[in-house]
Design a protein. Structure first.
Length: 104
């Protein structure tokens, strides 16, 4: 959080009612996003994780759920969980980079 404080990192979770607006802000303006308590990936994130960006009228857009969001091409997204036994699907593992900070 301190490292990205100057870029005004936004904290959210999939249960947050403001999640879509925070995601849109990250896509449009490049604001870093920290998604907390990720046990399962929300299906709305598939297009973001697959980097499904299209050109439309000279600008980059991404279809996220039922919204079409303009994007600047730069998104810093962190997804964290405190569950030590979290199991993620192999297709997700191939699309993201996992870092394990578990202290034993």
């Amino acid at each position: 959080m301190n490292h990205f404080a100057d870029q005004k990192i936004k904290k959210t979770s999939f249960a947050d009612p403001e999640f879509m607006s925070r995601l849109a802000e990250g896509l449009q303006y490049g604001v870093p996003i920290l998604v907390q308590d990720v046990e399962k990936i929300d299906p709305v994130m598939n297009s973001v994780l697959n980097k499904e960006v299209k050109k439309k009228g000279g600008r980059l857009v991404m279809q996220v759920g039922d919204r079409e969001i303009a994007c600047n091409g730069v998104l810093t997204l962190f997804m964290i969980t405190r569950n030590q036994n979290a199991v993620f699907a192999p297709d997700l593992c191939s699309r993201v980079t996992f870092v394990n900070f578990t202290v034993t």
